[in-house]
Design a protein around this ligand. Sequence first.
Ligand SMILES: Cc1cc2nc3c(=O)[nH]c(=O)nc-3n(C[C@H](O)[C@H](O)[C@H](O)COP(=O)(O)OP(=O)(O)OC[C@H]3O[C@@H](n4cnc5c(N)ncnc54)[C@H](O)[C@@H]3O)c2cc1C
Length: 90
Amino acid sequence: MTADHLPHIHNPAPGLWTALGYQGRGVALATIMGRELSLRIRGGEAARDAWPVTDLRPLPFHGLRRPVLAAMRAAWRTRDGLDARSARAA
Ligand SMILES: Cc1cc2nc3c(=O)[nH]c(=O)nc-3n(C[C@H](O)[C@H](O)[C@H](O)COP(=O)(O)OP(=O)(O)OC[C@H]3O[C@@H](n4cnc5c(N)ncnc54)[C@H](O)[C@@H]3O)c2cc1C
């Protein structure tokens, strides 16, 4: 997943290339991005500008994902329990 919901190509170090961020729909797209990476690695045929090489940037607050997800799970479980109790009482 990426913040802008688009796949990205990165070149984090000389000779190291990566394509990622298919938002769960990468079966066809990863194949196309593989071709883009191949073009860039070979350096012969000019790579298309459709997929610019961008800097890797960490997702803001990504380190908080575990506690936030745990709190959301607990909140939704509590809500489900309350809903079930009201349904039984009706
Ligand atoms: C449950 C699920 C359902 C999905 N459903 C769909 C769908 O319906 N349609 C769709 O378009 N997409 C779907 N996707 C997403 C799609 O599978 C991925 O976007 C796509 O497979 C990404 O391709 P990839 O080649 O980038 O990575 P991957 O397919 O993950 O391939 C990476 C490969 O690298 C290998 N590898 C990892 N680390 C190393 C290492 N250190 N050394 C050597 N090899 C390594 C792995 O074993 C793996 O074979 C789904 C994903 C999941 C998990």
